[in-house]
Design a protein around this ligand. Structure first.
Ligand code: GTQ
Length: 351
């Protein structure tokens, strides 16, 4: 055994002596603090809807929407169990509402998106305007707007909740409060926000009613699907993405929400996509059809076959490629607007 190096002993003594003052040496951690490339703890994962759905229905028997406030099964990244996070910055969950139920009105600084997975006829009311839910609709709850959910449907309705909860928690910037009443009185008819802002037109005199968030509450699937189908037939198909569009805030042309970017894409039948990686980890909800995602990271491989209503996550800087023998439609969301606002977004298209 060699005797401990005097310099090493001197350093250890230094660390011990200064520790009570809450001081610690940078040089021991520098390489981990400023890594050559992203080193996310997150792992890729898929939630098969056929496996998840029975637990949602059991939750429906175990607790009412009102008692739960929000009856949601959180999709937790397997590497972040206990943190209510699907990536370091994003929260995702599947929310169930049964006929006649009410999820009471509240508001919070966290922004939320709803992507409707199963069932028609539930609604979310934002700021006194209801949006009726249909599968494939993308619905927004802007930061600090009162919202309640309810259902006039004749069966269960399930949607994907995507929120910036971990991001807001990181900034210690979260506020929340309950409304006085369980449900909001209707201030305007369903569809008013879409009539005002959803037709490539806008009221002549208006201010952005929800700040940095889109004034459209609901982006109907019918419209998105029609656009993708038309583009698949008449426009070049991207070798990485198939036909992919991003949702926009019509007042700015930018993202619908300041923290969450949302996308819908169609992979044509027979599509075998090229691989890519990007800094924004993304959550996918399969709308229609079937396909496969292959993810690679540091010598590890994950291969997930997916079908309608399945959900999966591709973490930051993991190489992914999508394919589909029969064609499919995918919704996805990520924290890309924040990466871009900070000037740290990076994407590599590989081949
Ligand atoms: O619907 O307001 O999944 O506040 C998590 C937190 C849904 C909601 C969630 C929430 C909501």
């Amino acid at each position: 055994m060699n005797a401990p190096h005097p310099a090493a002993m001197q350093r250890e003594q230094l660390y011990r002596d200064m520790s009570p003052l809450n001081l610690t040496p940078l040089w021991e951690v520098l390489h981990a603090l400023v890594p050559p490339q992203p080193t996310t703890p997150c792992v890729p994962a898929l939630w098969n809807y056929g496996e998840v759905r029975p637990f949602l229905m059991r939750a429906g028997e175990a607790i009412t929407a009102e008692e739960a406030v929000r009856r949601v099964l959180i999709l937790e990244n397997p590497a972040l169990r206990g943190q209510s996070a699907i990536t370091q910055s994003l929260y995702a969950g599947l929310q169930l509402i049964l006929p006649g139920e009410v999820a009471p009105a509240h508001r919070h600084t966290q922004s939320a998106l709803r992507f409707i997975v199963e069932g028609t006829g539930a609604y979310t009311a934002v700021d006194g305007e209801r949006s009726t839910m249909r599968p494939g609709d993308f619905i927004i709850t802007p930061s600090w707007t009162f919202h309640d959910h309810g259902s006039d449907a004749d069966g269960p309705v399930v949607w994907l909740d995507g929120l910036d909860i971990p991001m807001v928690r990181f900034f210690d910037a979260g506020f929340a409060e309950n409304a006085g009443a369980k449900t909001q009185a209707a201030a305007r008819p369903d569809g008013t926000s879409f009539a005002r802002f959803g037709h490539n037109m806008a009221p002549v005199r208006h201010e952005s009613p929800y700040g940095a968030t889109s004034p459209i509450f609901s982006y109907p699937y019918e419209r998105s699907r029609e656009a993708l189908e038309q583009l698949e037939c008449h426009a070049p198909v991207d070798a990485w993405d198939g036909v992919k569009l991003r949702y926009v805030n019509p007042l700015t042309g930018g993202w619908p929400m300041p923290t969450l970017g949302t996308f819908m894409q169609r992979l044509p039948a027979g599509f075998g996509g090229q691989p890519w990686r990007q800094t924004d980890g993304a959550v996918y909800s399969v709308v229609e059809g079937e396909g496969e995602v292959l993810v690679e990271h540091q010598g590890q491989q994950w291969r997930f076959a997916f079908g309608a209503r399945d959900h999966f996550v591709v973490p930051s800087w993991h190489t992914a490629r999508l394919s589909s023998a029969t064609g499919c439609v995918l919704f996805s969301f990520s924290d890309r607007p924040v990466h871009q606002a900070l000037g740290i977004h990076k994407e590599e298209r590989l081949s």
